[in-house]
Design a protein around this ligand. Structure first.
Ligand SMILES: Nc1ncnc2c1ncn2[C@@H]1O[C@H](COP(=O)(O)OP(=O)(O)OP(=O)(O)O)[C@@H](O)[C@H]1O
Ligand SMILES: [Mg+2]
Length: 426
């Protein structure tokens, strides 16, 4: 007897269809895996590029290659104007599109940027979002396209677009998924490259600033104290000779030398006062003050406490330098004369009244401000004069309150808005 199970022909046909479908699915999965592998490899090679311009070119070339497209372009979002800017165009003759701006609500790219969703257009001529004038500049006649947003850490960086120019060729679901994955990795690479470039710019700036400071210091030392010291040496040698020939003239000669030495001392103090840490220029007032307070704590065991009531924007170089200089002088005074157990540095920006108040308070011995001011000319000191001048330079006011036995408070107040940083300061 034949025990073979007989499957009805109809069932058999169904099974065959299922098998074919499964095979097709398997094949599609294989293709998808292979394509993902390629995208992954390409993304890896792209992300190792740290220079922005070559990176953008690599991204577009890779997208065109992986998608087997005729052309591609990448537009970055200009957050300031909320426009998309053509950065790289590959394929065709679209070079002249570089730098062209598209409003965020215009065209296919605008739609993708606004909705943060990918878009496939099978026939560009039938999609009214498609920008015909841009298409003409492309130098090829696109038929279908795929455009995806580039998103990094939930921020839209730009859009990436690939195009076919052969009728009958379309982008599919798989292409869309692959390009989206790739675009998001590329977006991270772009952010890294931007960060790297801004660090490089900062470093270059730092080098220039440092160089200028060195040059200025060398020139000032040469023109000022060095000359004065040379003249003191000559004068002292002369005094030695006078000892034998005309001893009665020696005191006068020494008095003159002493006066010159005093001038040299004043100049050196001013120079020291002018020397500012580079971090003030590069990172701004607050980081510079943090570092300053930290150093005083470490090297002099001074209890310096820095507080700010609110955050505030960066100020002009002039204002930041002035504030730092006043703080530095006030802290130096507290350090030298106050015998304080604590020094407070308080920044209090009041945007409603457009005023920044900077206070330096110590809990030391205090002094009689009127007496010191009354005899100021005789002292040869510069501290208070310099602080007042710094305040004048930023349209601010400078006050000292002190009480013997209670401590001293130095206050600098300046208008905020007119001392904000503008492009000239950068
Ligand atoms: N925080 C303070 N506590 C106690 N006395 C102070 C304080 N700040 C200033 N003084 C007194 O005021 C005087 C004047 O200070 P100022 O900074 O103008 O000059 P200086 O420190 O003597 O000299 P320079 O600043 O030119 O090195 C000081 O000599 C000191 O007697
Ligand atoms: Mg002083």
């Amino acid at each position: 007897m034949n025990s073979e199970v007989r499957i009805p022909a109809q069932e058999l046909a169904k099974l065959r269809v299922s098998a074919t479908r499964l095979e097709a699915n398997l094949e599609e999965a294989r293709q998808r895996l292979a394509a993902l592998q390629v995208v992954h490899e390409v993304a890896q090679s792209v992300t190792s590029e740290l220079n922005l311009e070559p990176l953008l070119h690599k991204i577009v070339s890779a997208a065109v290659e992986v998608m087997n497209a005729s052309a591609g372009s990448l537009l970055l979002l200009d957050e300031f104007s909320d426009e998309l800017v053509f950065e790289v165009i590959e394929g065709g003759a679209g070079g002249e599109l570089k730098g062209v701006r598209i409003a965020r609500n215009k065209g296919v790219v605008g739609w993708v940027a606004t909705h943060r969703k990918p878009l496939i257009v099978d026939d560009v001529n039938k999609d009214n979002r498609y920008y015909q004038s841009i298409a003409q500049s492309f130098g090829i006649e696109p038929t279908s396209l795929l455009c995806v947003p580039m998103i990094s850490r939930n921020r839209l960086i730009g859009v990436l677009e690939v195009l076919h120019s052969t009728p009958g060729r379309y982008f599919g679901e798989l292409d869309q998924q692959l390009l989206t994955t790739f675009a998001n990795q590329a977006a991270i690479a772009i952010e890294n490259a931007r960060l790297y470039e801004s660090l490089k710019r900062e470093r270059d700036h730092l080098v220039v600033v440092e160089d200028e400071i060195h040059k200025r210091l060398a020139r000032d030392l040469h023109d000022g104290p060095t000359q004065l010291l040379a003249s003191i040496v000559m004068s002292l040698n002369f005094a030695k000779e006078l000892m034998n020939r005309a001893p009665e003239l020696v005191p006068e000669e020494i008095d003159e030398s002493a006066a010159v030495a005093e001038r040299a001392l004043k100049q050196l103090r001013t120079l020291l006062f002018d020397l500012r840490p580079v971090i003030l220029e590069t990172q701004g007032l607050f980081p510079a003050l943090e570092l300053y307070a930290e150093r005083l704590q470490e090297t002099e065991q001074l209890n310096v406490v820095l507080t700010t009531t609110h955050e505030f924007a960066r100020l002009s170089s002039r204002a930041e330098v002035a504030i730092f200089a006043v703080i530095q002088e006030a802290v130096n005074n507290a350090r030298k004369y106050a015998y304080a157990s604590r020094i407070d540095l308080i920044l209090d920006p009041d945007e409603d009244n457009d005023i920044l108040t900077v206070s330096i308070k110590d809990n030391g011995v205090g002094f009689d401000v009127q007496t010191v001011k009354g005899r100021y000319d005789e002292r040869g000191s510069l501290g208070m004069i310099n602080m007042q001048e710094r305040a004048d330079g930023v349209n601010g006011t400078f006050k000292i309150r002190s009480e013997v036995g209670k401590g001293t408070e130095v206050t600098l107040s300046l208008p905020l808005s007119e001392n904000l940083r503008n492009s000239e300061d950068e």
